[in-house]
Design a protein around this ligand. Sequence first.
Ligand SMILES: NC(=O)c1ccc[n+]([C@@H]2O[C@H](COP(=O)([O-])OP(=O)(O)OC[C@H]3O[C@@H](n4cnc5c(N)ncnc54)[C@H](OP(=O)(O)O)[C@@H]3O)[C@@H](O)[C@H]2O)c1
Length: 391
Amino acid sequence: MKKLAILGSTGSIGRSTLAVVAEHPLEFTVMGLAAGRNVELLAAQIRQFRPRVVSVQDEEAAARLRELLPADKNPELLAGPKGAAAVATAPGADLVVSAMVGAAGLEPTLAAIEAGIPVALANKETLVAAGPLVMAAARKTGVPLLPVDSEHSALMQAMEGQRREDVKKLWLTASGGPFRSWPAEKLARVTPAQALRHPNWDMGAKITIDSATMMNKALEVIEASVLFALPVDRIGVYIHPQSIIHSLVEFVDGSVIAQLGVPDMRLPIAYALTYPRRLPLSGPPLDLGQIAQLTFEEPDLERFPSLSLGYEAARAGGTMPAVLNAANEVAVAAFLAERLSYRGIPRVVAATMEAHAPESLHSLEQVLGVNRWAREHAQNLIARTGAGNSS
Ligand SMILES: NC(=O)c1ccc[n+]([C@@H]2O[C@H](COP(=O)([O-])OP(=O)(O)OC[C@H]3O[C@@H](n4cnc5c(N)ncnc54)[C@H](OP(=O)(O)O)[C@@H]3O)[C@@H](O)[C@H]2O)c1
């Protein structure tokens, strides 16, 4: 039985992970759960999966959770970043599922790696903000980082049994999001409710907005570059509105291997949980006859400038991807709170990147410092009317 610790258990990936666990009760047991503030759902998960240790975002959430749990047979209850790190290093855990959203996932993920525990990684922001540090830590402790992102899982699957030196280029697919065919003028009036309506995937709010701006693909290009040790100029993007081909690998002889599947995150999650074994999963099979057409387009970098910002940040290297990520987190939160326009998001990110002189990456403290600086800078830009706030 594989013993799991799940960071971000109340989120979209966390819930899908627990759905896989519930479907295969003889395969997995849950040692630890970490979440933010949704204590009602967390309490239900505790009752169902009986973890030994649980953590929430802060003491206030911990107090609310305590009231929901019976007085006896409760897990150890922790709070804050230290609590999340304790769940990530839960004694006896065989695998940590890293599925918190944003740079908040960095410290517990690194803690798991440093403790020698393999990680199924959904939290792409960790690799974007601190890729070289995270990969160096994984090399040092020899733990595998198993991608949960469907694109990176697809790339890993397409490269299975292949020689890395035979890989010419990686191609990530992107659905194009809800505004794929919208003209530029219409993008000036996008509302959070429209941006939250993703055509193919049901995901958390932040990644759904990132998909609508294509920043998600920018983060994934950087993630792929870090995970598969390739320069970003050998990573391309195709818009593939059906979300059936999850990514492709082009080899030096011109062969291209793709991985296909229905758009259901339980598939890449289950593959990461039992790699290299595959678990049978319930749900409708892929019916290509029904789908009939798989189409591809080049991304439009003028309407979706966030994608170019990702390439720029990766080429600048060092601390620049952490700045891109932090500024984007702040800008997305401001857009969702209706304090920033949709087109203001890449403007705030670009302006924050412009104000930063990248340094080479050497420590977690440095990344956390840069993250704080970029968040503050982006917040100030948004507060100053007109700085990226206009449509
Ligand atoms: N959703 C997808 O299909 C998908 C696909 C590929 C990759 N990913 C990546 O997976 C990660 C999670 O995405 P998601 O869509 O599952 O996000 P989500 O639904 O928003 O869930 C985020 C989770 O993180 C928790 N959390 C947030 N801030 C926290 C903090 N400071 N301390 C502790 N817990 C915190 C939330 O807790 P509460 O809700 O309890 O507050 C929730 O459990 C992201 O990095 C995303 O890019 C997601």
